[in-house]
Design a protein around this ligand. Sequence first.
Ligand code: HEM
Length: 510
Amino acid sequence: MEMHYSSNENVNNALFFLIFVFMLVIILAKIKLRRTSAPIPPGPFSWPVIGNLLQLRSNPHIKLKNMAQTYGPIMSLRLGARLVVVGLSPKAASEILKTHDSILSARHLSYTHPSSSPKLNKFAIGFAKECNEHWKNLRSICRVGLFSARAVQSQVKIREKNVANLVKYLHTKEGEVVDMSDLIFKLTLNTMGNILFSMDLFEFGPEENHSPGAQLKVLIAKFINLLASPNLADIFPILRRWDIQGKQKMAKDIHEKMFTIWNQTLKERREKKNIIREDFLDTLLDIGFNDDQINHLLLELLLAGTDTTKIIIIWALSNLIKNKNEMYKVRVELQTNIGDKILEESDIMVLPYLQACVKETIRMHPPIPFLLPHRATETCNVMNFTIPKGSQVLVNTWAMANDPSIWDDPSSYRPERFLDSGIDFKGNNFEFVPFGLGRRMCPGLPMAFAQVQYVVVCLVNTFNWFVPRDNDLDELDMEEVYHLAMRKKNPLEVIPRAVNQWIDIMKIGE
Ligand code: HEM
Protein backbone atom coordinates (compact mmCIF):
# COMPACT_ATOMS: atom_id res chain seq x y z
CA MET A 1 0.00 0.00 0.00
CA GLU A 2 2.82 2.29 0.99
CA MET A 3 4.76 1.28 -2.11
CA HIS A 4 1.74 2.07 -4.29
CA TYR A 5 1.35 5.53 -2.69
CA SER A 6 5.01 6.48 -3.27
CA SER A 7 4.96 5.36 -6.92
CA ASN A 8 1.87 7.55 -7.45
CA GLU A 9 3.72 10.43 -5.86
CA ASN A 10 6.65 9.87 -8.21
CA VAL A 11 4.38 9.97 -11.22
CA ASN A 12 2.81 13.22 -9.96
CA ASN A 13 6.19 14.78 -9.35
CA ALA A 14 7.38 13.81 -12.79
CA LEU A 15 4.19 15.28 -14.30
CA PHE A 16 4.61 18.55 -12.41
CA PHE A 17 8.20 18.72 -13.45
CA LEU A 18 7.30 18.20 -17.09
CA ILE A 19 4.57 20.88 -16.93
CA PHE A 20 7.00 23.24 -15.21
CA VAL A 21 9.65 22.70 -17.89
CA PHE A 22 7.05 23.09 -20.63
CA MET A 23 5.82 26.40 -19.19
CA LEU A 24 9.36 27.63 -18.67
CA VAL A 25 10.18 26.90 -22.30
CA ILE A 26 7.09 28.86 -23.43
CA ILE A 27 7.91 31.83 -21.18
CA LEU A 28 11.55 31.89 -22.31
CA ALA A 29 10.49 31.61 -25.94
CA LYS A 30 8.11 34.55 -25.47
CA ILE A 31 10.81 36.64 -23.79
CA LYS A 32 13.20 35.80 -26.62
CA LEU A 33 10.55 36.68 -29.23
CA ARG A 34 9.88 39.97 -27.49
CA ARG A 35 13.60 40.73 -27.45
CA THR A 36 14.17 39.80 -31.08
CA SER A 37 10.98 41.21 -32.67
CA ALA A 38 10.74 44.97 -32.81
CA PRO A 39 8.06 46.75 -30.74
CA ILE A 40 4.95 48.21 -32.31
CA PRO A 41 5.25 51.96 -33.03
CA PRO A 42 4.87 54.19 -29.97
CA GLY A 43 1.66 56.09 -29.34
CA PRO A 44 -0.50 57.81 -26.75
CA PHE A 45 -2.15 56.01 -23.85
CA SER A 46 -5.28 54.25 -25.04
CA TRP A 47 -8.36 53.58 -22.92
CA PRO A 48 -9.64 50.05 -22.49
CA VAL A 49 -12.34 49.11 -25.00
CA ILE A 50 -12.56 52.44 -26.88
CA GLY A 51 -8.83 53.03 -27.28
CA ASN A 52 -8.03 56.52 -28.64
CA LEU A 53 -11.41 57.07 -30.29
CA LEU A 54 -12.34 60.16 -28.31
CA GLN A 55 -9.02 61.86 -29.00
CA LEU A 56 -9.57 61.78 -32.75
CA ARG A 57 -13.11 63.00 -33.08
CA SER A 58 -12.39 66.30 -34.82
CA ASN A 59 -9.53 67.35 -37.12
CA PRO A 60 -7.62 64.06 -36.71
CA HIS A 61 -5.04 65.13 -39.32
CA ILE A 62 -3.95 68.05 -37.11
CA LYS A 63 -4.11 66.10 -33.85
CA LEU A 64 -1.99 63.28 -35.23
CA LYS A 65 0.56 65.76 -36.58
CA ASN A 66 0.85 67.30 -33.12
CA MET A 67 1.14 63.88 -31.46
CA ALA A 68 4.00 62.99 -33.81
CA GLN A 69 6.11 65.61 -32.03
CA THR A 70 5.99 63.32 -28.99
CA TYR A 71 5.93 59.88 -30.59
CA GLY A 72 7.87 60.33 -33.81
CA PRO A 73 7.15 59.91 -37.53
CA ILE A 74 5.54 56.50 -37.18
CA MET A 75 3.09 56.01 -34.37
CA SER A 76 0.25 53.74 -33.36
CA LEU A 77 -3.17 54.16 -31.79
CA ARG A 78 -6.08 51.95 -30.96
CA LEU A 79 -9.56 52.43 -32.31
CA GLY A 80 -11.51 49.91 -30.27
CA ALA A 81 -9.88 46.56 -30.87
CA ARG A 82 -8.07 47.74 -33.98
CA LEU A 83 -4.43 48.79 -34.09
CA VAL A 84 -3.90 51.80 -36.36
CA VAL A 85 -0.41 52.71 -37.54
CA VAL A 86 0.16 56.20 -38.93
CA GLY A 87 3.15 57.33 -41.01
CA LEU A 88 3.90 61.04 -40.93
CA SER A 89 7.24 61.56 -42.67
CA PRO A 90 8.57 61.04 -46.21
CA LYS A 91 10.65 58.09 -44.94
CA ALA A 92 7.55 56.48 -43.38
CA ALA A 93 5.56 57.15 -46.57
CA SER A 94 8.25 55.58 -48.74
CA GLU A 95 8.47 52.46 -46.53
CA ILE A 96 4.68 52.05 -46.32
CA LEU A 97 3.77 52.91 -49.91
CA LYS A 98 6.84 51.64 -51.74
CA THR A 99 9.14 49.25 -49.83
CA HIS A 100 6.29 47.27 -48.20
CA ASP A 101 3.68 48.06 -50.85
CA SER A 102 2.85 44.40 -51.48
CA ILE A 103 2.06 43.72 -47.80
CA LEU A 104 0.47 47.04 -46.89
CA SER A 105 -1.80 47.65 -49.88
CA ALA A 106 -4.85 45.73 -48.72
CA ARG A 107 -7.79 47.93 -47.77
CA HIS A 108 -9.31 48.45 -44.38
CA LEU A 109 -13.05 48.86 -44.92
CA SER A 110 -15.76 49.99 -42.56
CA TYR A 111 -18.43 47.39 -41.92
CA THR A 112 -20.97 50.05 -42.97
CA HIS A 113 -19.71 49.90 -46.54
CA PRO A 114 -21.68 47.41 -48.64
CA SER A 115 -18.42 46.38 -50.32
CA SER A 116 -17.26 44.91 -47.02
CA SER A 117 -19.45 41.90 -47.83
CA PRO A 118 -17.48 39.25 -49.78
CA LYS A 119 -20.22 39.06 -52.43
CA LEU A 120 -19.98 42.75 -53.34
CA ASN A 121 -16.28 43.15 -52.68
CA LYS A 122 -15.37 41.51 -55.97
CA PHE A 123 -17.04 44.41 -57.82
CA ALA A 124 -14.92 47.07 -56.10
CA ILE A 125 -11.64 48.87 -56.92
CA GLY A 126 -10.89 51.38 -54.18
CA PHE A 127 -12.98 49.39 -51.74
CA ALA A 128 -11.49 46.04 -52.82
CA LYS A 129 -10.14 44.48 -49.64
CA GLU A 130 -7.26 42.75 -51.45
CA CYS A 131 -5.23 43.62 -54.51
CA ASN A 132 -6.50 40.46 -56.20
CA GLU A 133 -7.31 39.49 -59.78
CA HIS A 134 -10.75 41.21 -59.71
CA TRP A 135 -9.13 44.44 -58.55
CA LYS A 136 -6.34 44.19 -61.15
CA ASN A 137 -8.85 43.59 -63.90
CA LEU A 138 -11.06 46.54 -62.91
CA ARG A 139 -8.09 48.88 -62.60
CA SER A 140 -6.86 47.87 -66.00
CA ILE A 141 -10.31 48.35 -67.59
CA CYS A 142 -10.54 51.83 -66.03
CA ARG A 143 -7.00 52.71 -67.05
CA VAL A 144 -7.64 51.91 -70.69
CA GLY A 145 -11.19 53.28 -70.85
CA LEU A 146 -10.89 56.37 -68.64
CA PHE A 147 -7.46 57.37 -67.43
CA SER A 148 -4.86 56.70 -70.14
CA ALA A 149 -3.51 59.76 -71.99
CA ARG A 150 -5.64 58.73 -74.98
CA ALA A 151 -8.81 58.32 -72.92
CA VAL A 152 -8.33 61.64 -71.08
CA GLN A 153 -7.75 63.33 -74.44
CA SER A 154 -10.97 61.81 -75.82
CA GLN A 155 -12.95 63.43 -72.96
CA VAL A 156 -11.75 66.98 -73.68
CA LYS A 157 -14.93 68.04 -75.48
CA ILE A 158 -17.09 66.82 -72.60
CA ARG A 159 -15.11 68.82 -70.05
CA GLU A 160 -15.05 71.91 -72.28
CA LYS A 161 -18.80 71.73 -72.96
CA ASN A 162 -19.64 71.36 -69.27
CA VAL A 163 -17.45 74.27 -68.23
CA ALA A 164 -19.06 76.34 -71.00
CA ASN A 165 -22.51 75.54 -69.62
CA LEU A 166 -21.45 76.68 -66.18
CA VAL A 167 -19.88 79.88 -67.54
CA LYS A 168 -23.06 80.68 -69.48
CA TYR A 169 -25.16 80.09 -66.40
CA LEU A 170 -22.89 82.30 -64.29
CA HIS A 171 -23.40 85.09 -66.81
CA THR A 172 -27.09 85.02 -66.02
CA LYS A 173 -26.18 85.42 -62.35
CA GLU A 174 -23.77 88.31 -62.82
CA GLY A 175 -23.78 90.60 -59.79
CA GLU A 176 -25.62 88.07 -57.63
CA VAL A 177 -24.23 85.92 -54.83
CA VAL A 178 -23.70 82.37 -56.12
CA ASP A 179 -22.86 79.24 -54.16
CA MET A 180 -19.83 78.01 -56.10
CA SER A 181 -19.46 74.90 -53.91
CA ASP A 182 -22.87 73.74 -55.06
CA LEU A 183 -22.34 74.69 -58.70
CA ILE A 184 -18.91 73.06 -58.95
CA PHE A 185 -20.26 69.86 -57.45
CA LYS A 186 -22.96 69.85 -60.12
CA LEU A 187 -20.33 70.52 -62.76
CA THR A 188 -18.14 67.60 -61.68
CA LEU A 189 -21.14 65.29 -61.41
CA ASN A 190 -22.33 66.31 -64.87
CA THR A 191 -18.90 65.80 -66.38
CA MET A 192 -18.58 62.33 -64.83
CA GLY A 193 -22.15 61.46 -65.83
CA ASN A 194 -21.30 62.33 -69.43
CA ILE A 195 -17.98 60.52 -69.47
CA LEU A 196 -19.40 57.39 -67.87
CA PHE A 197 -22.84 57.03 -69.46
CA SER A 198 -23.50 60.12 -71.61
CA MET A 199 -26.05 61.58 -69.24
CA ASP A 200 -26.55 65.22 -68.21
CA LEU A 201 -27.35 64.77 -64.55
CA PHE A 202 -28.04 68.49 -64.03
CA GLU A 203 -29.33 71.38 -66.07
CA PHE A 204 -28.02 74.61 -64.58
CA GLY A 205 -30.99 76.83 -63.99
CA PRO A 206 -34.46 76.81 -62.45
CA GLU A 207 -35.05 73.14 -63.27
CA GLU A 208 -31.85 71.91 -61.62
CA ASN A 209 -33.50 70.78 -58.40
CA HIS A 210 -35.76 68.36 -60.30
CA SER A 211 -32.97 66.69 -62.25
CA PRO A 212 -31.65 63.17 -61.49
CA GLY A 213 -28.43 64.81 -60.32
CA ALA A 214 -30.30 66.57 -57.51
CA GLN A 215 -31.39 63.19 -56.16
CA LEU A 216 -27.88 61.80 -56.65
CA LYS A 217 -26.39 64.75 -54.77
CA VAL A 218 -28.63 64.07 -51.77
CA LEU A 219 -27.81 60.35 -51.87
CA ILE A 220 -24.06 60.97 -52.05
CA ALA A 221 -24.29 63.33 -49.05
CA LYS A 222 -26.28 60.72 -47.11
CA PHE A 223 -23.76 58.02 -47.96
CA ILE A 224 -20.82 60.21 -46.86
CA ASN A 225 -22.60 61.03 -43.58
CA LEU A 226 -23.26 57.36 -42.98
CA LEU A 227 -19.64 56.36 -43.59
CA ALA A 228 -18.35 59.25 -41.49
CA SER A 229 -20.38 58.27 -38.43
CA PRO A 230 -18.91 55.46 -36.28
CA ASN A 231 -20.18 51.93 -36.60
CA LEU A 232 -19.90 49.86 -33.40
CA ALA A 233 -19.15 46.82 -35.53
CA ASP A 234 -15.88 48.46 -36.62
CA ILE A 235 -14.88 48.92 -32.99
CA PHE A 236 -16.12 45.53 -31.75
CA PRO A 237 -15.79 43.10 -34.69
CA ILE A 238 -17.84 40.52 -32.79
CA LEU A 239 -20.93 42.64 -33.59
CA ARG A 240 -20.43 42.25 -37.33
CA ARG A 241 -22.84 39.37 -37.54
CA TRP A 242 -25.87 41.43 -36.68
CA ASP A 243 -25.55 44.96 -38.18
CA ILE A 244 -27.17 46.15 -34.96
CA GLN A 245 -27.19 49.81 -35.99
CA GLY A 246 -28.61 48.87 -39.37
CA LYS A 247 -25.92 50.95 -41.08
CA GLN A 248 -24.92 48.40 -43.67
CA LYS A 249 -28.54 47.99 -44.65
CA MET A 250 -28.99 51.76 -44.93
CA ALA A 251 -25.86 51.99 -47.09
CA LYS A 252 -27.13 49.20 -49.34
CA ASP A 253 -30.47 51.00 -49.72
CA ILE A 254 -28.69 54.20 -50.72
CA HIS A 255 -26.70 52.26 -53.32
CA GLU A 256 -29.85 50.70 -54.74
CA LYS A 257 -31.44 54.14 -55.06
CA MET A 258 -28.35 55.46 -56.82
CA PHE A 259 -28.46 52.61 -59.32
CA THR A 260 -31.99 53.63 -60.36
CA ILE A 261 -30.58 56.88 -61.74
CA TRP A 262 -28.87 55.16 -64.66
CA ASN A 263 -30.84 51.89 -64.71
CA GLN A 264 -33.12 53.03 -67.52
CA THR A 265 -30.11 54.02 -69.63
CA LEU A 266 -28.49 50.67 -68.89
CA LYS A 267 -31.66 48.81 -69.84
CA GLU A 268 -32.04 50.71 -73.11
CA ARG A 269 -28.42 50.12 -74.03
CA ARG A 270 -28.79 46.42 -73.40
CA GLU A 271 -31.87 46.37 -75.60
CA LYS A 272 -29.97 48.49 -78.10
CA LYS A 273 -32.82 51.03 -78.17
CA ASN A 274 -30.27 53.80 -77.91
CA ILE A 275 -27.67 54.85 -80.41
CA ILE A 276 -24.25 53.51 -79.49
CA ARG A 277 -22.52 56.34 -77.61
CA GLU A 278 -19.09 54.77 -77.22
CA ASP A 279 -18.81 55.93 -73.67
CA PHE A 280 -17.50 53.96 -70.68
CA LEU A 281 -20.84 52.20 -70.24
CA ASP A 282 -20.55 50.83 -73.77
CA THR A 283 -17.04 49.60 -72.98
CA LEU A 284 -18.39 47.71 -69.97
CA LEU A 285 -21.24 46.22 -72.01
CA ASP A 286 -18.82 45.16 -74.75
CA ILE A 287 -16.68 43.37 -72.17
CA GLY A 288 -19.79 41.49 -71.06
CA PHE A 289 -20.20 42.92 -67.56
CA ASN A 290 -23.47 42.08 -65.81
CA ASP A 291 -25.70 44.72 -64.19
CA ASP A 292 -24.22 44.23 -60.72
CA GLN A 293 -20.68 44.74 -61.99
CA ILE A 294 -21.69 47.83 -63.97
CA ASN A 295 -23.74 49.42 -61.20
CA HIS A 296 -21.08 49.06 -58.52
CA LEU A 297 -18.26 50.25 -60.75
CA LEU A 298 -20.16 53.32 -62.02
CA LEU A 299 -21.16 54.20 -58.49
CA GLU A 300 -17.63 53.90 -57.17
CA LEU A 301 -16.23 56.07 -59.95
CA LEU A 302 -18.89 58.73 -59.36
CA LEU A 303 -18.11 58.74 -55.65
CA ALA A 304 -14.33 58.76 -56.11
CA GLY A 305 -14.20 61.34 -58.86
CA THR A 306 -16.74 64.06 -58.09
CA ASP A 307 -16.36 65.19 -54.50
CA THR A 308 -12.54 65.13 -54.54
CA THR A 309 -12.34 67.14 -57.77
CA LYS A 310 -14.91 69.64 -56.53
CA ILE A 311 -13.00 70.10 -53.25
CA ILE A 312 -9.80 71.02 -55.08
CA ILE A 313 -11.52 73.39 -57.52
CA ILE A 314 -13.18 75.21 -54.63
CA TRP A 315 -9.92 75.54 -52.69
CA ALA A 316 -8.06 76.67 -55.82
CA LEU A 317 -10.62 79.35 -56.58
CA SER A 318 -10.81 80.46 -52.94
CA ASN A 319 -7.03 80.76 -52.76
CA LEU A 320 -6.90 82.90 -55.89
CA ILE A 321 -9.74 85.17 -54.78
CA LYS A 322 -8.08 85.58 -51.39
CA ASN A 323 -4.60 86.22 -52.83
CA LYS A 324 -4.90 89.13 -55.24
CA ASN A 325 -1.24 89.13 -56.30
CA GLU A 326 -1.36 85.51 -57.37
CA MET A 327 -4.67 86.11 -59.18
CA TYR A 328 -3.03 88.99 -61.01
CA LYS A 329 -0.08 86.80 -62.02
CA VAL A 330 -2.43 84.14 -63.43
CA ARG A 331 -4.19 86.83 -65.46
CA VAL A 332 -0.93 88.26 -66.76
CA GLU A 333 0.18 84.77 -67.77
CA LEU A 334 -3.14 84.26 -69.53
CA GLN A 335 -2.88 87.55 -71.41
CA THR A 336 0.73 86.91 -72.38
CA ASN A 337 0.43 83.28 -73.45
CA ILE A 338 -3.16 82.99 -74.65
CA GLY A 339 -4.37 86.49 -75.42
CA ASP A 340 -7.95 86.92 -76.52
CA LYS A 341 -8.51 83.53 -78.06
CA ILE A 342 -11.04 81.14 -76.57
CA LEU A 343 -9.46 78.91 -73.95
CA GLU A 344 -9.03 75.25 -74.72
CA GLU A 345 -7.94 72.54 -72.34
CA SER A 346 -4.68 72.05 -74.23
CA ASP A 347 -3.73 75.69 -73.43
CA ILE A 348 -2.94 74.62 -69.87
CA MET A 349 0.43 73.40 -71.18
CA VAL A 350 1.56 77.01 -71.65
CA LEU A 351 0.33 78.19 -68.25
CA PRO A 352 3.01 77.06 -65.75
CA TYR A 353 2.00 79.60 -63.12
CA LEU A 354 -1.59 78.39 -63.17
CA GLN A 355 -0.32 74.81 -62.83
CA ALA A 356 1.80 75.88 -59.85
CA CYS A 357 -1.29 77.49 -58.23
CA VAL A 358 -3.19 74.20 -58.52
CA LYS A 359 -0.27 72.18 -57.12
CA GLU A 360 0.07 74.60 -54.21
CA THR A 361 -3.66 74.21 -53.52
CA ILE A 362 -3.38 70.41 -53.54
CA ARG A 363 -0.38 70.66 -51.18
CA MET A 364 -2.23 72.85 -48.71
CA HIS A 365 -5.56 71.04 -48.92
CA PRO A 366 -5.13 67.36 -49.84
CA PRO A 367 -8.78 66.20 -50.02
CA ILE A 368 -7.97 62.75 -48.62
CA PRO A 369 -5.40 63.65 -45.98
CA PHE A 370 -4.82 60.05 -44.77
CA LEU A 371 -5.23 58.40 -48.20
CA LEU A 372 -7.85 55.63 -48.07
CA PRO A 373 -7.05 53.32 -45.14
CA HIS A 374 -4.62 50.52 -46.00
CA ARG A 375 -4.34 47.19 -44.14
CA ALA A 376 -1.41 44.86 -43.44
CA THR A 377 -1.90 41.37 -44.88
CA GLU A 378 1.20 40.10 -43.02
CA THR A 379 3.24 41.24 -40.06
CA CYS A 380 6.11 43.39 -41.27
CA ASN A 381 8.81 45.71 -40.04
CA VAL A 382 8.68 49.42 -40.89
CA MET A 383 11.40 51.77 -39.62
CA ASN A 384 12.38 49.16 -36.99
CA PHE A 385 8.84 48.81 -35.64
CA THR A 386 6.55 45.84 -36.02
CA ILE A 387 3.30 46.36 -37.89
CA PRO A 388 1.18 43.34 -36.95
CA LYS A 389 -0.93 41.54 -39.53
CA GLY A 390 -4.42 43.09 -39.75
CA SER A 391 -3.36 46.59 -38.60
CA GLN A 392 -4.95 49.55 -40.32
CA VAL A 393 -2.25 51.69 -41.94
CA LEU A 394 -2.57 55.41 -42.71
CA VAL A 395 -0.23 57.99 -44.20
CA ASN A 396 -0.88 61.54 -43.02
CA THR A 397 -0.13 63.42 -46.25
CA TRP A 398 -1.47 66.62 -44.73
CA ALA A 399 1.13 66.48 -41.93
CA MET A 400 3.95 66.19 -44.45
CA ALA A 401 2.54 68.96 -46.63
CA ASN A 402 2.46 71.23 -43.58
CA ASP A 403 5.85 70.31 -42.13
CA PRO A 404 8.16 73.36 -41.87
CA SER A 405 11.23 71.10 -42.04
CA ILE A 406 10.11 70.10 -45.55
CA TRP A 407 8.42 73.24 -46.91
CA ASP A 408 9.43 76.80 -46.32
CA ASP A 409 6.57 78.62 -44.53
CA PRO A 410 4.09 75.80 -45.26
CA SER A 411 0.95 77.61 -44.12
CA SER A 412 1.43 80.37 -46.72
CA TYR A 413 0.01 80.13 -50.21
CA ARG A 414 3.12 80.41 -52.39
CA PRO A 415 2.67 78.84 -55.85
CA GLU A 416 6.20 80.00 -56.76
CA ARG A 417 7.60 77.11 -54.73
CA PHE A 418 6.50 74.78 -57.53
CA LEU A 419 7.98 76.81 -60.39
CA ASP A 420 11.10 75.05 -61.69
CA SER A 421 11.21 72.92 -58.52
CA GLY A 422 10.66 69.57 -60.19
CA ILE A 423 8.51 68.49 -57.20
CA ASP A 424 5.41 66.71 -58.31
CA PHE A 425 2.73 64.43 -56.92
CA LYS A 426 3.24 61.66 -59.44
CA GLY A 427 5.13 59.36 -57.09
CA ASN A 428 8.76 60.49 -56.98
CA ASN A 429 8.50 62.86 -54.03
CA PHE A 430 7.44 61.07 -50.87
CA GLU A 431 6.81 64.37 -49.08
CA PHE A 432 4.01 65.16 -51.53
CA VAL A 433 1.68 62.21 -52.08
CA PRO A 434 -1.91 63.60 -52.11
CA PHE A 435 -2.93 60.91 -54.63
CA GLY A 436 -1.09 58.11 -52.82
CA LEU A 437 1.66 56.02 -54.34
CA GLY A 438 2.31 52.44 -55.38
CA ARG A 439 -0.32 49.94 -56.39
CA ARG A 440 -3.20 51.79 -54.68
CA MET A 441 -2.29 55.18 -56.12
CA CYS A 442 -5.28 57.14 -57.42
CA PRO A 443 -5.80 56.00 -61.01
CA GLY A 444 -7.97 59.08 -61.71
CA LEU A 445 -5.12 61.58 -61.28
CA PRO A 446 -4.70 62.47 -64.98
CA MET A 447 -8.43 63.04 -65.40
CA ALA A 448 -8.75 65.02 -62.17
CA PHE A 449 -5.75 67.24 -62.84
CA ALA A 450 -6.95 68.04 -66.37
CA GLN A 451 -10.38 69.02 -65.11
CA VAL A 452 -9.29 71.04 -62.08
CA GLN A 453 -6.84 73.18 -64.09
CA TYR A 454 -9.24 73.86 -66.94
CA VAL A 455 -12.18 74.78 -64.72
CA VAL A 456 -10.08 77.11 -62.57
CA VAL A 457 -8.49 78.89 -65.51
CA CYS A 458 -11.84 79.37 -67.27
CA LEU A 459 -13.46 80.83 -64.16
CA VAL A 460 -10.54 83.18 -63.58
CA ASN A 461 -10.36 84.21 -67.20
CA THR A 462 -14.04 84.95 -67.55
CA PHE A 463 -15.02 86.58 -64.28
CA ASN A 464 -13.85 88.88 -61.58
CA TRP A 465 -14.88 87.44 -58.24
CA PHE A 466 -16.12 89.52 -55.36
CA VAL A 467 -16.79 88.62 -51.76
CA PRO A 468 -20.29 89.66 -50.61
CA ARG A 469 -20.38 92.70 -48.34
CA ASP A 470 -17.88 95.24 -49.72
CA ASN A 471 -15.46 92.67 -51.09
CA ASP A 472 -13.77 92.41 -47.71
CA LEU A 473 -11.34 89.51 -48.28
CA ASP A 474 -11.17 88.87 -44.54
CA GLU A 475 -14.78 87.76 -44.85
CA LEU A 476 -13.68 84.91 -47.11
CA ASP A 477 -13.03 82.22 -44.52
CA MET A 478 -10.67 79.37 -45.32
CA GLU A 479 -11.72 77.07 -42.51
CA GLU A 480 -11.31 73.34 -43.15
CA VAL A 481 -13.42 70.52 -41.88
CA TYR A 482 -12.60 66.82 -41.96
CA HIS A 483 -15.66 64.85 -42.96
CA LEU A 484 -14.32 61.72 -44.62
CA ALA A 485 -12.56 64.15 -46.95
CA MET A 486 -11.07 67.49 -46.02
CA ARG A 487 -13.29 70.20 -47.40
CA LYS A 488 -13.94 73.90 -47.01
CA LYS A 489 -16.17 74.20 -43.97
CA ASN A 490 -18.48 76.85 -45.40
CA PRO A 491 -19.62 77.03 -49.01
CA LEU A 492 -17.76 79.45 -51.27
CA GLU A 493 -20.31 82.22 -51.81
CA VAL A 494 -19.08 84.91 -54.19
CA ILE A 495 -20.29 87.38 -56.80
CA PRO A 496 -19.15 86.92 -60.42
CA ARG A 497 -18.72 89.88 -62.78
CA ALA A 498 -17.70 89.29 -66.37
CA VAL A 499 -14.16 90.34 -67.13
CA ASN A 500 -13.51 89.39 -70.74
CA GLN A 501 -16.40 91.14 -72.44
CA TRP A 502 -14.78 90.54 -75.80
CA ILE A 503 -14.94 86.76 -75.44
CA ASP A 504 -17.98 85.35 -77.13
CA ILE A 505 -19.07 83.16 -74.23
CA MET A 506 -21.40 81.15 -76.39
CA LYS A 507 -18.43 79.83 -78.35
CA ILE A 508 -16.60 78.32 -75.36
CA GLY A 509 -16.67 74.56 -75.60
CA GLU A 510 -17.71 74.43 -79.25
C1 HEM B 1 -8.28 65.94 -57.06
C2 HEM B 1 -8.94 64.82 -57.16
C3 HEM B 1 -8.55 63.50 -56.54
C4 HEM B 1 -7.76 63.22 -55.45
C5 HEM B 1 -7.03 64.20 -54.56
C6 HEM B 1 -7.75 61.78 -55.30
C7 HEM B 1 -7.05 61.10 -54.31
C8 HEM B 1 -7.10 59.73 -54.14
C9 HEM B 1 -6.46 59.04 -53.05
C10 HEM B 1 -5.64 59.70 -51.96
C11 HEM B 1 -6.70 57.72 -53.21
C12 HEM B 1 -6.26 56.60 -52.27
C13 HEM B 1 -4.85 56.16 -52.51
C14 HEM B 1 -4.43 55.10 -51.52
O1 HEM B 1 -5.27 54.38 -51.00
O2 HEM B 1 -3.24 54.99 -51.24
C15 HEM B 1 -7.52 57.57 -54.38
C16 HEM B 1 -7.97 56.37 -54.85
C17 HEM B 1 -8.79 56.26 -55.93
N1 HEM B 1 -9.21 57.27 -56.77
FE1 HEM B 1 -8.77 59.22 -56.60
N2 HEM B 1 -8.50 61.22 -56.30
C18 HEM B 1 -9.00 62.23 -57.09
C19 HEM B 1 -9.78 62.09 -58.20
C20 HEM B 1 -10.21 60.91 -58.72
C21 HEM B 1 -10.99 60.76 -59.93
C22 HEM B 1 -11.43 61.90 -60.85
C23 HEM B 1 -11.26 59.42 -60.06
C24 HEM B 1 -12.05 58.70 -61.11
C25 HEM B 1 -13.00 59.14 -61.82
C26 HEM B 1 -10.62 58.74 -58.95
C27 HEM B 1 -10.67 57.38 -58.73
C28 HEM B 1 -10.03 56.72 -57.71
C29 HEM B 1 -10.11 55.28 -57.50
C30 HEM B 1 -10.91 54.28 -58.35
C31 HEM B 1 -9.32 55.00 -56.39
C32 HEM B 1 -9.07 53.63 -55.75
C33 HEM B 1 -7.76 53.04 -56.23
C34 HEM B 1 -7.45 51.68 -55.60
O3 HEM B 1 -7.73 51.47 -54.45
O4 HEM B 1 -6.89 50.83 -56.31
N3 HEM B 1 -9.99 59.66 -58.17
N4 HEM B 1 -7.74 58.82 -54.94
